[in-house]
Write a protein that binds this ligand. Structure first.
Ligand code: TMP
Ligand code: ASP
Length: 242
């Protein structure tokens, strides 16, 4: 299947049409952005690593009956996906306090939460992805309460599935963000699951293995993502050396 015209370009990915209706090619870019695009850089191999890691998680979730938009891996940095009608509400799951919840509620980074917490954000770069609740989503027509309830339930299941994969390889899942959309009337997982949209800490040392390395200028982003892939036994072709 050949990639057709560019349909959509986001900060971390591109979507291309294909000759099959309803099927797109999702390409993972090397671009790294933070703070709603205000900070931007290109990180060698990030696209290939993220594609490999997201394919791995989508495949494992499918084995547990959790549907995503992925059909199959295509190339090093591309996957074939179903075109979804996206819901403009991001679902964040937190197991440990970090990032925006620390600022918002004055919590110390690293505080374990008594149970997984889900939060909703309105997907809008212009507004800086503000936090919302299910009433906002319903009132403004982004998702019904039944739909946000379903997304939260799926997000909790995905949290358990991801912990089941990461804990045995010594990685703590601190938090992550998911996006969902409709496929033939059913809510399925879209977007990606990569260290760009998760916080992953080494279980022993607390070392950050995610995009906070970029946000906080810690360096070693590619190495950290490669380590996540390596621990999960994911094969990645990155032509090391360039
Ligand atoms: P936060 O601490 O900035 O709210 O982010 C929580 C987690 O969700 C963190 O792993 C980053 C991810 N996230 C994104 O990737 N994109 C987003 O737009 C948001 C709001 C969160
Ligand atoms: N929430 C993202 C981040 O801070 C926004 C972005 O990628 O610009 O990493």
């Amino acid at each position: 299947m050949s990639a057709g015209t560019l349909k959509y370009e986001g900060k971390g990915k591109r979507l291309f049409t294909t000759n099959e209706p309803g099927v797109l090619i999702q390409q993972f870019k090397d671009d790294a952005t933070a703070f709603d695009g205000k900070k931007h850089d290109r990180i060698a191999h990030k696209g290939v690593l993220n594609c490999a890691i997201s394919s791995f998680f989508f495949t494992k979730l499918a084995e547990q009956g959790i549907r995503s938009h992925m059909i199959a891996r295509e190339g090093d940095d591309t996957m074939r996906v179903y075109e979804l009608t996206m819901i403009p509400v991001e679902v964040v799951v937190r197991n440990v306090a970090a990032g925006s919840i620390c600022k918002r509620l004055g919590l110390e980074e690293g505080l374990p939460l008594a149970r997984p917490l889900t939060e909703l954000f309105y997907k809008s770069d212009a507004l800086g992805d503000p936090m919302i609740n299910s009433e906002h989503a319903e009132l403004f027509g982004w998702a019904t309460v039944a739909e946000t309830t379903a997304m939260r339930a799926m997000a909790r299941n995905i949290n358990q599935a991801l912990i089941g994969l990461l804990q045995p390889v010594g990685i703590r899942l601190i938090d992550f963000k998911l996006e969902f959309g409709f496929l033939d009337g059913e809510i399925v997982l879209g977007d990606e699951i990569t260290p760009d949209g998760c916080r992953l800490w080494d279980a022993e040392t607390g070392r950050k293995l995610d995009k906070d390395r970029f946000r906080r200028d810690l360096g070693g982003l590619t190495e950290a993502y490669a380590e996540v892939a390596n621990r999960l036994n994911i094969q990645v072709e990155t032509n090391q050396g360039d």
